[in-house]
Design a protein around this ligand. Structure first.
Ligand code: HEC
Length: 156
């Protein structure tokens, strides 16, 4: 992108060429260091991934909720996405529990133990803290990293 004709470049002194070379190498090193060390440390919702939530993930798999529901937009499309069901204003823990316990015309009721249901809800709580769907709130920084604005706000 430098507007230097090839001939002009050839006429540059060897030390000027070296300076350009080392400036590019230095730029590459600084850019690589920045990319590999920033934006990699934040694990959203990690503290919510307790033992109980981890068992809840197995419950989620055991009853195959993903066949009808999505998490982070992935899964079956018969029921709604469950990523943020636990923190949506009009929904929440009790709301989700009622669906699991009693089902609806389209969703089966699940004969699970109270412990399983609790673990399952803890897992869904973790899922909500770890991300959001649809993803609408990210921005790309000038150096090429993607930052979630929600995650940034939660950090403060
Ligand atoms: C056979 C498909 C099916 C399966 C399997 C299923 N669901 Fe559902 N679920 C639905 C449908 C469809 C709805 C929407 C309610 C309706 O239309 O009756 C729903 C609604 C829900 C809701 C309310 C969501 C909202 O945003 O209003 C929650 C929470 C939920 N399901 C949790 C679960 C969990 C947890 C499991 C696994 C244990 C599960 N579902 C398994 C079909 C299913």
């Amino acid at each position: 992108m430098l507007c230097v004709e090839q001939k002009q470049f050839q006429e540059l002194s060897i030390s000027a060429k070296r300076a350009i070379f080392w400036a590019l190498v230095l730029g590459f090193i600084c850019y690589s260091a920045l990319i590999y060390t920033t934006g990699t440390e934040y694990q959203a919702g990690e503290e919510a991934f307790s033992g109980s939530a981890q068992r809840g993930k197995l419950v989620f798999q055991k009853y195959n909720c993903i066949s009808c529901h999505q998490i982070y937009g992935l899964g079956g499309y018969m029921g709604p996405d469950l990523t943020n069901v636990m923190e949506e204003e009009a929904k929440g823990r009790n709301y989700a529990e009622v669906f699991i316990q009693h089902g609806t015309a389209k969703m089966p009721r699940f004969e699970m133990t109270e412990t399983e249901r609790d673990e399952l809800l803890n897992y869904l709580e973790y899922v909500g803290k770890a991300g959001s769907y649809p993803v609408t709130d990210f921005k790309v920084t000038w150096y090429g990293n993607i930052h979630s604005e929600t995650a940034e706000n939660e950090k403060q």
